[in-house]
Design a protein around this ligand. Structure first.
Ligand code: AMP
Length: 193
């Protein structure tokens, strides 16, 4: 089944090669499987790598970029379907509305903000897609420890924490995307225990 995959990822252009390689391998596999990538539409960092790879393979990419970023000339000029929106919030909403699954690749503050918003909206029944954290080489181990700390101290329901799909390799990431399904949660099931 053709899936629409939203990617949140680093905007840094000076990352270690292993992060670039994994992003490229993921996009190659997504292209072979006939998936569509939905993203922020910028040319920067890992997003730029994923978009370049998809376009090279002739595969579909849809982007949503706020006007101020287009003015900064950081939009990817190869994307045919690029929606220019007013704000970062609108962009995040459109990314969710147009995707079946979201993946947080290794990233910084922007990636974290996008991931956390979607992960919390899922708990409130406001996003139906699967949320995946790509914990490449333990990149997000400290975040997962923080979630464990939340659970231990009863600030987070363990079932909800466990509903997050965490994968460590590109192979497992692709399997997780293949297995992903839309599911609406009811907030009452995920109150802290
Ligand atoms: P970063 O992880 O900081 O490199 O940022 C990665 C992506 O997050 C980029 O595509 C940015 O456009 C986006 N981003 C940065 N700051 C924010 C924010 N406050 N809200 C939503 N997205 C953001």
């Amino acid at each position: 089944m053709s899936k629409r995959i939203c990617v949140y990822c680093s905007s840094s252009n000076i990352l270690e090669e292993k992060y670039v390689k994994a992003a490229r391998e993921f996009a190659e596999a997504a292209s072979l499987l006939g998936y569509t990538i939905v993203c922020g539409g910028s040319v920067m960092g890992l997003m730029g790598v994923i978009i370049d790879t998809m376009i090279e393979k002739g595969s579909p990419v849809e982007g949503f970029i706020p006007g101020f970023m287009e003015d900064m000339e950081i939009h990817h000029k190869g994307i045919k379907q690029l929606g220019v929106v007013g704000t970062m919030s609108e962009r995040k909403e459109l990314l969710r509305q147009n995707s079946d699954v979201v993946i947080a690749f290794p990233g910084g503050l922007g990636t974290m903000e996008e991931f956390m918003e979607t992960f919390t909206l899922k708990r409130l029944g406001q996003f139906d897609g699967t949320v995946i954290l790509f914990n490449q080489d333990g990149f997000y181990d400290q975040l997962l420890s923080l979630f464990e700390h939340f659970v231990k101290n009863k600030f987070l329901n363990s079932n909800y924490r466990d509903s997050l799909v965490v994968v460590n390799s590109v192979e497992d990431l692709i399997v997780a995307v293949k297995n992903s399904k839309k599911e609406r949660l009811e907030a009452k099931h995920y109150l802290p225990e």
